[in-house]
Design a protein around this ligand. Structure first.
Ligand SMILES: N[C@@H](CCC(=O)N[C@@H](CS)C(=O)NCC(=O)O)C(=O)O
Length: 311
């Protein structure tokens, strides 16, 4: 039985990124379908409060954020690689563009254009996740209209990246840039074909998307959230690897709080047990699942010691 448990849901584009990484590496995994809307009472005992999707669980080690999840899959299953040395740095820069400047307007355009196909309460939840008031349908439709051009002016850049005939976004081999650009474009038609016309004029993009889709999703077996919680409760987290802190980092053993620096900023508290250039890990004792270690990427997260407040 595989140790990899992915907590995800079908229309989550960041989950699609990880499903494709699992497929590319030919891995077997257990699948727990989580709610797309907070609260997530069967997920947050594992994460300590982090609510975004997806989350990878390996026993009592919990990996938050796809940028760490994909790196952790690479660490455990290095071949075939998604981080070829000559392309990895450029791929990471392209990934940042795709998941920020491209994806944010994409998500507003796609969601606002498919309002009647979204689960009830989704828009209100996403606004709460960004500390915004719940929008009415007209506001969401206006946001879609404002963002459509921002999507439309960026898609040709992807066709241009492929214009020299390269098979993959960063060059001769697949990288995380392929996963990141793909999941943003996948989102356009993940729910309905209403916006398929946005991609139709781009032959290189369409041929490349077919190549990425062929990675597949590996082999998944459905399981329940309760089973996943039991696995965490019965497992012991892996011993942390040797840390490589900077002088400015809080020392290991400090009680710290970590949270995303953009949205879905629910804080997670615990004891710092590992830190290096790419990863931060906290140990927490949870009433439901016992001791777990929760892992985050360094970039994109805000880490600080928990300050004891007087009184
Ligand atoms: N930087 C995060 C972003 C993840 C993200 O925004 N996921 C979306 C779903 S595709 C999300 O969490 N939405 C709210 C939710 O699922 O609760 C990552 O790479 O994992």
């Amino acid at each position: 039985m595989t140790d990899l448990i992915l907590h995800h849901y079908d229309f989550s584009n960041y989950s699609e990124k990880v499903r494709l990484a699992l497929g590319y590496k030919g891995l077997a995994w257990q699948s727990v379908i989580i709610p797309p809307i907070a609260p997530k009472p069967d997920l947050t005992p594992l994460t300590g409060g982090y609510r975004r999707t997806p989350v990878l669980q390996i026993g009592a080690d919990i990996y938050c954020d796809t940028n760490l999840i994909v790196r952790e899959l690479e660490r455990r299953y290095p071949q075939p690689t998604l981080f070829p040395a000559a392309l990895a740095a450029v791929a990471d820069a392209i990934l940042y563009w795709a998941e920020n400047r491209l994806f944010r307007p994409m998500s507003l355009y796609v969601s606002g254009s498919n309002l009647e196909h979204l689960p009830a309460g989704l828009q209100a939840d996403r606004s709460r996740m960004r500390d915004l008031p719940p929008p009415d349908a007209d506001t969401v439709r206006r946001a879609a209209a404002r963002n459509a051009p921002l999507v439309r002016v960026q898609i040709p850049a992807i066709e241009a990246m492929l214009a020299d005939g390269r098979p993959w976004i960063a060059g001769a081999a697949p990288t995380v840039a392929d996963l990141a650009v793909y999941h943003a474009l996948w989102f356009i038609t993940a729910r309905t074909a209403l916006l398929a016309h946005e991609l139709a004029p781009f032959p290189r993009i369409n041929a490349w998307m077919t190549r990425v889709r062929a990675f597949g999703h590996g082999t998944s077996t459905p399981t329940t959230a309760a089973a996943a919680l039991r696995i965490a409760a019965n497992a012991t987290p892996d011993a942390p690897r040797a840390s490589q802190p900077f002088a400015e980092d809080p020392p290991l053993g400090t009680t710290v709080r970590i949270r995303a620096d953009d949205y879905g900023r629910d804080p997670v508290e615990g004891t710092l047990v590992f830190i290096d250039t790419t990863e931060i890990a906290l140990r927490r004792d949870d009433p439901q699942v016992g001791t777990v270690v929760v892992h985050f990427p360094r970039l994109g997260y805000d880490l600080r010691p928990t300050v004891a407040r007087p009184g």
